[in-house]
Design a protein around this ligand. Sequence first.
Ligand code: ADP
Ligand code: ADP
Length: 236
Amino acid sequence: GGVMEMNEAPPVVRVDGLRKEYGDTVALDGVSLRIHQGEAVAVMGPSGCGKSTLLNLIAGLDRPSAGSVVVHGEDLGAMNERRRALFRRRRIGMVFQFFNLLDDLPALDNVALAAQLAGEPASQARRRARELLDELGIADRADVYPSVLSGGERQRVAVARALMNRPALLLADEPTGALDSRAGEQVMDLLLDLNQIGQTLLLVTHDRGLATRCAGRLVEMSDGRIVSERGLEAAA
Ligand code: ADP
Ligand code: ADP
């Protein structure tokens, strides 16, 4: 930081000295990270290096052993379980490798439910869910159950669900990991489009090509630490 940065807004994500142990396993060993409004950051690294743990802690799905996570100005460590769950529902969108859709609800209801759980009336939530599915090009699949959808369609429904509450931060953990390359590229294009209209994005992926295409910054992890960080815009 220099004198020229005095107008910079506070980061959407501020992670400091983050540590997570599972018994004898050190999953995160002192991770610090800033993500600013409108950035797209990709986290890469070998299986088991702590990527999902980092995302889960930023999402408030789990508690750190040490260190802090501040999202959108709110310190997750200062919240009790209930407030953290509420905060997650309202301010954070998550997309997972295996979609995590509810199989006994049609696409539209999967998306609308995200807003209803955050307190929005059902009729309004359903109207907005329909608009969102329309914007993501899958309005014609609104009444279909997840089992009938293709993988790419399922992930677009999952993205719609993640966007329902206009999250300050969209977290995506291997969002293309279960998709064929064409569907994977379409989902990546969607995430890229969302970022270009201002959505702050933190993405975990194994696919370097997709990461460099989609992200403005690449964070490499190994053994629970960040081992390198570099901007990608200059290379694009
Ligand atoms: P990655 O996402 O990079 O594959 P993870 O964050 O899933 O890595 O895992 C980091 C390390 O922590 C691994 O050694 C993993 O086995 C361990 N780990 C992750 N979650 C748990 C858990 N709930 N209980 C025990 N060990 C875990
Ligand atoms: P990924 O490789 O995409 O990180 P995993 O299959 O390793 O996903 O983990 C899936 C879930 O299981 C995560 O919620 C993670 O926290 C948990 N997990 C991972 N490793 C372990 C472990 N050794 N013991 C218990 N839970 C684990």
